[in-house]
Ligand binder design. Structure first.
Ligand code: ADE
Ligand code: ZN
Length: 335
């Protein structure tokens, strides 16, 4: 089996995916028309031209603006459904999706409009596409702690729909410790926790996410390599890193894929997973991320299978379900 085909075929979980980051330029234009929202680009091509980023902030500015076309529950449903169809094509069998309620509540959209649209599509995806799911609510770290606390209160009415809370948006100047009390409360309420850390920010932010937010996973975490004691801790604990290779190149965390530190982290024995982050903006869904790594580092089928196994090991699903998926990965290996 050709490597490309193998990557597409092997069962995978995706654990680091911002649903707002799956808004393809064509869909953005369609929604802008449907909702009569003015946008400052004349064409899909002109919009695509603007997707050239210098760093995380330059991306976030465009990403938050793009999310402005999402107005009604059906818009959130359509957005999520389109992602699930893509995931199905690439044999993604389980998804853990981030959503950013504050991106929407800040502009007057109700929390329930957002979560119900996303959740209904995920439920339909589970029933009709066989893709299981968890929903992770992220706090925008550039906003004050008080607003995160308010968002957490709103989420309590939807506790049955949200498995974990996370932390995203502009990393520099917004350390995880800023949200310690919010995460303490979230854990008391029974939520699992994850956080973006060490994407652009220093290893110290990863330590804070582990020690102060008590996270089950680190999103990105690539700057951990700068701190040998942190690497030793991540290896010992097997706390997974949800790495997003194409994102890291687009946001210039690394200049080229060959210069990405993925292989170094992998060879140190960390639990790494491969994910797409914001695929509509970064040029690829999860299979394209696996393929980019495979090309850059000549990963073997065994490496690819190990990364797929890690994606289920790192997922918020029970042992039985993990074992079922892992057995299917081994069957694909044997084909
Ligand atoms: N929100 C969407 N994508 C993000 C990323 N890569 N880092 C931080 N916040 C984000
Ligand atoms: Zn992210």
């Amino acid at each position: 089996m050709d490597m490309n085909v193998f990557i597409g075929k092997v069962p995978k979980a995706e654990l680091h995916l911002h649903i707002e980051g799956t808004l393809e330029p064509e869909a953005l234009f369609r929604l802008a028309e449907r909702n009569k929202i003015p946008i400052k680009f004349d064409s899909v091509d002109a919009l695509k031209q603007a997707y050239q980023f210098n760093n995380l902030q330059s991306f976030l500015d465009i990403y938050y603006e793009g999310a402005g076309v999402l107005q009604k529950q059906i818009d959130f449903y359509d957005l999520t459904w389109a992602y699930l169809l893509k995931a199905k094509e690439q044999n993604v069998r389980h998804v853990e999706i981030f959503f950013d309620p504050q991106t929407h509540t800040e502009r007057g959209i109700d929390f329930e409009t957002v979560i119900n649209g996303i959740y209904d599509a995920l439920s339909d995806g589970s029933r009709n596409l066989g893709i299981s799911f968890c929903l992770i609510m992220c706090f925008l770290r550039h906003l004050p702690e008080s607003q995160a606390m308010e968002t957490l209160s709103q989420a309590l009415d939807f506790k049955d729909k949200i498995v974990a809370v996370g932390l995203d948006s502009s990393e520099f100047g917004h350390p995880p410790s800023k949200f310690k009390r919010v995460f303490d409360k979230a854990r008391q309420e029974g939520f699992l926790t994850v956080a973006h850390a060490g994407e652009e920010g220093p290893p110290e932010y990863i330590w804070e996410a582990l020690r102060e937010l008590k996270v089950q996973r680190i999103d990105h975490g690539v700057r951990s390599l700068e701190d040998p004691s942190l690497i030793a801790e991540l290896k010992r604990s097997q706390i997974p890193l949800t790495v997003c290779p194409l994102s890291n190149i687009k946001l210039r965390v690394f200049k080229t894929m060959q210069e990405h530190n993925f292989k170094k982290l992998f060879d140190r024995g960390l639990c790494l997973t491969v994910n797409s982050d914001d695929p509509a903006y970064f040029g690829g869904y999860v299979a394209e991320n696996y393929l980019a790594l495979q090309n850059a580092f000549q990963l073997t089928r065994k490496d690819i299978a190990q990364l797929a196994i890690n994606s289920f090991e790192a997922a918020f699903i029970n042992r039985d379900k993990k074992d079922t998926f892992i057995a299917q990965i081994k069957e694909t290996m044997a084909e």
